[in-house]
Design a protein around this ligand. Sequence first.
Ligand code: PSV
Ligand code: MN
Length: 427
Amino acid sequence: MNVSPSAIAAHNDRLAAAHDRHFRFLADTLAEKGLDAGTLLDKINAFQIAIPSWALGTGGTRFGRFPTGGEPRTLEEKIDDVGLIHALNRSANSISLHIPWDIPRDVAAIKQRLAGHGLTIDSVNSNTFQDQKNQPHSYKFGSLCHTQAETRRQAVDHNVECVAYGKQLDAKVLTVWLADGSNFPGQHDFRRAYDRTQQSLIEIYEAMPSDWTMLVEYKPYEPNFYAMVIPDWGTSYALCQAVGQNAHVLVDLGHHLPNTNIEQIVARLLHFGRLGGFHFNGSMYGDDDLTTGSTKPFQLFLIFNELVSGMQDAAVQNPDIAWMIDASHNTKDPVEDLLQSCQNILTTYARALIVDRRKLAQAQEDNDAVAAEEVLRDAFFTDVRPLVAEAVRRAGGAIDPIGVFRADGLREKRIAERGRFAVATGL
Ligand code: PSV
Ligand code: MN
């Protein structure tokens, strides 16, 4: 049901003449600026994005859900869908899992399936934002922050269990996002809720193997609308510092209030050496609703500009960052949406790579705001799509991944095999 290398090659052949022309023109333009296309291609190829298992089905709102059909019904089928994305774009070589939605039943078979697609598991995400069937203690009033010790214990144990599942599949990252918070003034003792959360995170951290990383995500609102226990990067950062050296902040692009300067947050966390993970998505009003880069491409570019600047600066002591998508697809075909997100991420990364950092530093030194902004605009307005397409093609992927997905009827094949009403586990 997945696409064959020969089918991809046949599609590429049809696009090759025009693509080669565009790529040669871009490579020459970049060379005039002292940039080597080969080096850029290697960097783009090395950039790999984890696909969230929960984004392969159609997302819903509290009002409704309109499934695409042929959604993956099992962990195995989710792996197949990520395998398809990776075969098409060669840029999505890992998966983030959500427990208990993705508990591996037959570990050996899952590992074999992953290997068959050239995939790994990058992160396991715990879920203490929903009550599971027959769960003794409810998370209605919080999990790691709960006033009752038994509820906190249960939530800590769940996270430790997630690590155990992750170990079976060779993952090394636990991502913690807490829905904990309060909906009304006075409901929470803010200081005590924070202390209980910190203590619970320390217990989880201490149960993790020493080569594991804990990523702590923040979110300003939802599902609690008065106060979240971890609403912002500063709270995440303070908790990570208290927890241990392998605890790092995860920045989810959708978890910011309108007009937040996310690029500055990124720079700050890189500076402190605590930026551990990224959840890519697009957001207009709240959370992870839209395709990465769909509404605010310049903001995404400014974020990548800081990321690349930090990654290229020898003075920055930051761990490797886990690049992950975290999105919900209400309208588009989930696979197409994820392919679009990957393309937008790679394109924006490529634009950040071609920023003239020497010129930018000089303009900053000279307090020349116009020159500095022009350096950024020059990179942003360069059409680097042929560079990304060439990188993907050289790695065996498709020049036009969505074109192949459509032309080969890959959704229709999924519907035929899995059914029109197949439903993926998740939100
Ligand atoms: C919460 O909004 C979040 O961003 C967290 O990362 C969750 O784990 C994920 O979405 C999926 O629900
Ligand atoms: Mn997230």
